[in-house]
Design a protein around this ligand. Structure first.
Ligand code: SIN
Ligand code: CO
Length: 417
């Protein structure tokens, strides 16, 4: 028996408070539209098919970052969001990250895209992995937004894998939390809580040296497996299959520390220059003198950082688009007046590629930070949380907000609804 299997089809919809939240439309019917707080409370308490009938609160308490969860029919009657050919077309683009993993004649090999040509689909033992599909396809973006009970700051991307029979990427572990949704065909997963995470040497990809699976199950279209970081797993295609991985990133403290020091380099202010009017003749010219060291140490110790510095750093860091992301400016560009008129009618929505976050008065969008005035915060928070603003809300927005939206529109960060 597998204790953590949940069956999404047993789910009955729960009405919480005054708002029933519809999957994919998290803020519909919310009486207090200016405040995301009531909606987020309801999200936390709502039983979700996606989570096998658990509420987000239960899932986060019992499984998230702790142990696996297999959810049968998390997305009942799920149909792939894009065809095999459409996926192959994405893999041929140079603005899309893709990898090909083959295990021909028992030898692991990996190549990076773009791929003009792939092995024949009749050939067994190969897998194509396409990263960041949510950046290019509306339906893929809508799929990952169903995980809105988890912070955007943790959400990484939707990776789609296509495998021919027996294809897989070998037994390994990930550093991310991941939801593995079976989109098409079947895949056999074997998983293990093993502590030995040592890897085979001289391999083109991460392969566990000693994989000792403890559980095994076959996922069908619509089934989903959640795995916490560092949980050993191996998924092997049974016939042709496609698997969607919704990944949640967790930066290492080392990478945060290095990026923070770079960020501080741009903002520190240390006036003056080293001076030694009291210099005396030196016996050891190669030695760094104690007074020189003391003077420099005293100045460097003036470097301080506040919680505000950390907030701005973190918001800019977490909202920074990946290097492969490019935004498309609107063509032809609109004047400010025409944009405001159109936005009041149609509303606005963030581009799929935009990451918008906030904390206190700080609003972050695609690696840039802004200090929002008290009156403007509600609209900007709502845009960040729901990724859209309707015309009625925009009609009440300040000129500062409209100017910011217009700039973001010109940059291709935000579109008319
Ligand atoms: C795959 O989809 O083939 C691999 C996903 C994973 O193991 O993380
Ligand atoms: Co994995």
């Amino acid at each position: 028996m597998i204790p953590f299997i949940l069956d999404g089809t047993n789910y009955t919809c729960l009405l919480v408070g005054r708002a029933r939240l519809v999957q994919g439309e998290p803020f519909k019917n919310c009486a207090d539209r200016q405040s995301s707080a009531c909606c987020l409370y309801n999200v936390a308490m709502k039983k979700m098919t996606l989570l096998g009938g658990l509420t987000p609160t239960q899932f986060l308490r019992d499984y998230w970052h702790k142990k696996p969860l297999l959810i049968r029919q998390a997305m009942p009657e799920f149909q792939p969001l894009l065809s095999r050919d459409a996926l192959f077309e994405l893999a041929a683009r140079d603005d899309v990250e893709s990898r090909l993993v083959t295990h021909f004649k028992q030898k692991w090999q990996m190549a990076s895209g773009p791929f003009e040509q792939l092995p024949p689909i009749k050939q067994k033992d190969w897998t194509l992995l396409v990263q960041g599909v949510n950046l290019h396809e509306d339906a893929a973006d809508a799929l990952i937004r169903q995980f809105h009970f988890l912070p955007d700051a943790r959400l990484d991307d939707l990776m789609i894998s296509y495998a021919t029979d027996a294809g897989g990427v070998g037994p390994h572990f990930d550093s991310y939390d991941v939801f593995l949704l079976q989109a098409h065909g079947q895949r056999r997963w074997r998983i293990s809580p093993q502590k030995d995470l040592s890897l085979l040497e001289n391999m083109p990809l991460k392969i566990l040296r000693n994989f000792e699976p403890e559980q095994e199950f076959v996922l069908e279209a619509g089934d989903m497996l959640y795995l916490p970081p560092h949980y050993a797993h191996d998924g092997v295609a049974i016939g042709e299959c496609m698997t969607y991985s919704v990944g949640f990133r967790a930066p290492t403290f080392q990478e945060l520390g290095e990026a923070f020091l770079q960020f501080m380099a741009d903002s520190i202010d240390l006036p003056g220059r080293y001076a030694d009017p009291d210099l005396t003749p030196c016996k050891h010219p190669a030695e760094i003198s104690r007074p020189m060291l003391a003077q420099v140490a005293a100045e460097l110790n003036k470097v301080r950082f506040t919680e505000d510095d950390i907030t701005i750093f973190l918001g800019e860091y977490l909202s920074e688009p990946k290097a492969s992301v490019f935004f498309d400016a609107p063509a032809p560009p609109l004047s400010l007046e025409r944009f405001v008129r159109a936005a009041a009618k149609r509303g606005v929505k963030l581009s799929r590629k935009t990451q918008m976050l906030y904390r206190g008065k700080h609003v972050f969008i695609n690696g840039e930070s802004f200090a929002a005035g008290r009156a403007d915060k509600a609209a900007l928070y709502m845009l960040a949380d729901t990724r859209s603003l309707d015309g009625t809300t925009l009609a009440q927005a300040s000129q500062d907000v409209l100017d910011a939206l217009y700039t973001w529109h010109q940059d291709g960060w935000l579109n008319l609804g």
